[in-house]
Design a protein around this ligand. Structure first.
Ligand code: S3P
Length: 424
């Protein structure tokens, strides 16, 4: 994929629906009684994997020109899968659905692509096993493929060693099928979309600090859901608007949940000119973001902010390479177990462009402001790496191409069309 050069980015853009919220809307809609209507659903490959898994368990899910209708059958309404459940590339599908499957009365198997087959699943197997679940990694390596024989579960309190919404959500979802109140404490608060949406569907989820608890056997009722724009997808246009000279971009209806908005705080620290308009704090908070070209400087990103921007770190690394001064990213070991090892992959590719970047055990150090040249970038089929380097390609000297650049379809199928639509 060759990246075209663009100058003076101008215009308005509505990024696709939030990936985390789209997954949850399909899952919880399937477990609710009645028809859940989802608008602005993300039709990326990951969320389509979630739809396909629930269809295989007897849930009728219609797609009417992008509006999704989930004909849910209630908490106990799933049926034994007609086939192996294919989660594709999706960590969210795998980890959340495992919590649901652990409490069913049938056996299921999950498989997926090479990337998901090397990502850690012990983090969900450990709490599920302590709830009495029967979950095994078929190859014995604590990865997908998984076999889950559902049966009644015990309520637990789980002290999670990682700040992971996928782990937290897995335990809370299993908790719906358990014999008491199940709770999870995480070291730092991760995204809280599960808590917000389960309550909206009628469950009793309470949150206090970094602990979330759920009452079992909720009656979930179908809902109308409008998915906000994904701040993780908006990140690429925020960076492009800030870095490409002479730009002004209005991003409409972006999710700004405080458990996801760390990128905006880091951009501000780096000297960004971003104005929030039409802020709406009902349910999942949203705003329009007006982004103007700014001269950026380095910053330090670490501690409690990390889970709120974990998926945006590839984009932050590229921004840091174009900013003046040093950026330190730390406390982000989780980057090693994402769709690729994002510490190594960002360091390798930014170095190829001539950037001064040193990978560390839990992040990276970038001395920004050096002129960067074009290169052949390897995305390692990681959608967020590909999109981050597409933005780098607008700014560097000479041509930049991305191996496996069409992996953007995982979370943003129209990414290149939307990007090129803004430029001159
Ligand atoms: C997600 C949680 C995050 C994030 C992922 C989506 C979710 O993963 O990186 O892209 O939808 O819950 P972890 O919870 O493993 O940090």
């Amino acid at each position: 994929m060759e990246i075209k050069k663009l100058t003076n980015l101008h215009g308005e853009i509505t990024v696709p629906g939030d990936k985390s919220i789209s997954h949850r809307a399909v899952m919880f809609g399937s477990l609710a009684k009645g028809t859940t209507r989802i608008t602005h659903f993300l039709e990326g490959a990951d969320c389509l994997s979630t739809i396909s898994c629930f269809r295989k368990m007897g849930i009728d899910i219609e797609n009417n020109n992008g509006e999704i209708l989930v004909h849910g059958k209630g908490l106990r309404g799933l049926s034994s899968p007609t086939d192996i459940l294919d989660v594709g590339n999706s960590g969210t599908t795998t980890r959340l659905i495992s919590g649901i499957l652990a409490g069913q009365n049938f056996v299921s198997e999950l498989t997926g692509d090479d990337s998901i087959q090397s990502r850690p699943m012990k983090r969900i197997m450990t709490p599920l096993l302590s709830m009495g679940a029967d979950i095994t990694s078929i190859k014995g390596n604590n990865c997908v493929p998984l076999r889950i024989a559902g049966h009644p579960l015990k309520a637990i309190h789980y002290d999670s060693p990682v700040a992971s919404a996928q782990v937290k959500s897995c335990v809370l979802l299993a908790g719906m099928y358990s014999d008491g109140v199940t709770s999870v404490t995480e070291p730092v608060l991760s995204r809280n979309h599960t808590e917000i949406m389960l309550n909206y569907f009628g469950a009793q989820v309470t949150s206090e600090g970094t602990t979330a608890s759920i009452v079992p056997e909720p009656s979930l009722h179908a809902r109308e859901i409008t998915v906000p724009g994904d701040i993780s997808s908006a990140a690429y246009f925020i960076a492009a608007g800030l870095l490409v000279p002479g730009s002004e971009i209005l991003l409409k209806n972006v999710g700004i949940n405080p458990t996801r908005d760390g990128l905006l705080r880091v951009c501000k620290d780096m000297g960004a000119d971003i104005t929030m308009l039409n802020v709406n704090m009902d349910g999942e908070p949203t705003a329009d973001l007006l982004v103007r070209t700014s001269s950026l400087h380095g910053t330090t990103v670490g501690g409690e902010i990390i889970p709120t921007l974990i998926d945006e770190i590839p984009m932050i690394a590229v921004m840091a390479a174009f900013a003046e001064g040093t950026t330190i990213i730390k406390d982000a070991k989780e980057l090693k177990v994402k769709e690729s090892d994002r510490i190594l992959v960002m360091a390798e590719n930014l170095s190829r462009m001539g950037a001064d970047i040193t990978p560390t055990d839990d992040g990276m150090i970038i001395h920004g402001g050096k002129p960067l040249h074009g290169a052949v970038i390897d995305s390692y089929l990681d959608h967020r790496v590909a999109m981050s380097f597409a933005i780098a390609g607008l700014l560097c000297d000479g041509p930049l191409s991305i191996k496996g650049g069409d992996c953007v379809k995982i979370s943003y199928p129209e990414f290149y069309e939307d990007l090129y639509g803004l430029g001159e």
